[in-house]
Design a protein around this ligand. Structure first.
Ligand code: GLU
Length: 419
């Protein structure tokens, strides 16, 4: 978002790793750009009877390991640059956690909060009409991302099935349960982040009750991360959303904050400890303050580029778990590393969502329902193993976790391309 190119940062990282892995020029050339990126108009019938044009994107980065896979986001700041970058990150993510998928991403330039339900439905169905020939259960399987949810997936998969002339639940993941959605899919990304938190706990010996966390972003990912971290005994002292956040020194109760926000429409003022929300507990903070807070662990779970060279010097947390996609810029990573701050890269930390999507895809194809425990168990195993490999390589080669993750992920994709 904004000033610099997210995609060129991703390309730069790829080139560095490619030269270390001594990848041939033809492989680098293939990976440097998505296989295909489309930008299209989506005409949407608005409630006032007028037609409005929205712009949509789908970037299919690579499918050497399996069908393209990745979410669709609805956000006013969506751009071609961003969608291309995120599709590349999906390729690395699926490779790293061992899924038979490639990488893709989609988006629409829109503030969904300004649309009615009917308009949102028209937009979502319109999106599918435009990408229909390019997607499908064995081609490209979209899923939710920022500001998209099971309801939106329901409209999309319904539209896809209509166009196909046959129920095709495996064309999308992140669907409602009644449409072959997976129990636990909504919580999966947050849950996966806490699997990573516990891996760090094993290594560094955190005492959860004494370990403080600040979480930026209280959407699906941030709020579920907060819930599972609190269930494991961690002390969450700050949470925020786009408009700002709250700080509660004694540690807040994420479930109550969620309920309070439901009532108030925003987090500000939701100072909830135990089962009580009371303004005598905390104070309001900005997103900037949250990122620079005196905490043990910082969890950016909103959007990209929030930790950059402008604030990397001011980060006080000793550990960062990147739950958003691309929250730490390459320059910031260098500064953090020099300062001894350990950052678990996005495409490892937030892979729980796509791992659960994989289970949902299997469930939708095989028509065998997965139990939630089975999903969480499978997820913890896949993420845990990926973390261990990344950790071992970083220790052996004395490199940071991001670099280790990139080396493993890219090497695997390159091998598949060679084959
Ligand atoms: N949007 C999520 C991500 O960035 C999930 C993608 C998926 O399930 O395909 O990983």
């Amino acid at each position: 978002m904004g000033q610099k190119s997210f995609f060129s940062d991703c390309q730069k990282q790829l080139r560095e790793i490619a030269s270390q892995l001594k990848l041939g020029p033809e492989i680098l050339q293939e990976l440097e750009e998505p296989h295909r990126i489309i930008k299209f108009q989506i005409p949407v019938l608005m409630d006032n009877g007028e037609k409005k044009i929205f712009f949509g994107f789908r970037s299919q980065h690579n499918n050497a390991l399996g069908p393209y896979k990745g979410g669709i986001r609805y956000h006013p700041n969506v751009s071609e640059d961003e969608i291309k970058a995120l599709s590349m990150l999906m390729t690395w993510k699926c490779s790293l956690v061992g899924l038979p998928f490639g990488g893709a991403k989609g988006g629409v330039i829109v503030n969904p909060k300004e649309l009615t339900q009917k308009e949102l439905e028209n937009l979502s169905r319109g999106y599918v009409k435009e990408v229909f020939p390019l997607i499908g259960p064995e081609k490209d399987i979209p899923a939710p991302d920022v500001n998209t949810d099971p309801q939106i997936m329901a409209w999309m998969v319904d539209e896809y099935s209509k166009l196909k002339g046959k129920e095709t639940p495996a064309a999308f993941t992140g669907k409602p349960l009644e449409m072959w959605g997976l129990e636990g899919r909504s919580e999966a990304t947050g849950y996966g982040g806490v699997v990573i938190l516990k891996k760090l706990q094993e290594i560094f010996g955190f005492k959860p009750e004494k370990t403080t966390l600040a979480i930026q972003g209280f959407g699906n990912v941030g709020s579920n991360f907060a819930r599972f971290a609190a269930l494991s005994g961690y002390k969450i002292v700050a949470v925020s959303e786009a408009e700002g956040g709250i700080y509660v020194e004694e540690g807040l109760n994420p479930e109550e904050v969620l309920r309070c926000r439901e009532r108030k429409g925003k987090i500000a003022g939701c100072y909830c400890v135990g089962s009580v929300c009371d303004s005598s507990y905390g104070r309001q903070i900005t997103n900037k303050e949250l990122l620079e807070m005196e905490v043990d662990i910082l969890v950016p779970a909103a959007v990209e580029n929030v930790i950059s060279k402008d604030n990397a010097q001011k980060i006080k947390a000793k550990y960062i778990i990147e739950m958003a996609n691309g929250p730490v810029t390459p320059e910031a990573q260098e500064i953090l590393e020099k300062r001894g701050i350990i950052s678990v890269p996005d495409f490892l930390a937030n892979a729980g969502g796509v791992v659960a999507s994989y289970f949902e895809w299997l469930q939708s194809k095989e028509k065998r329902r997965w139990k939630k425990e089975e999903t969480f168990k499978g997820l913890a195993k896949k993420l845990g193993q990926a973390f261990e490999k990344v950790w071992a390589l970083s220790q052996r080669e004395k490199i940071n976790l991001r670099k280790a993750a990139y080396l493993l992920a890219i090497e695997k994709v390159a091998k598949a391309i060679k084959k």
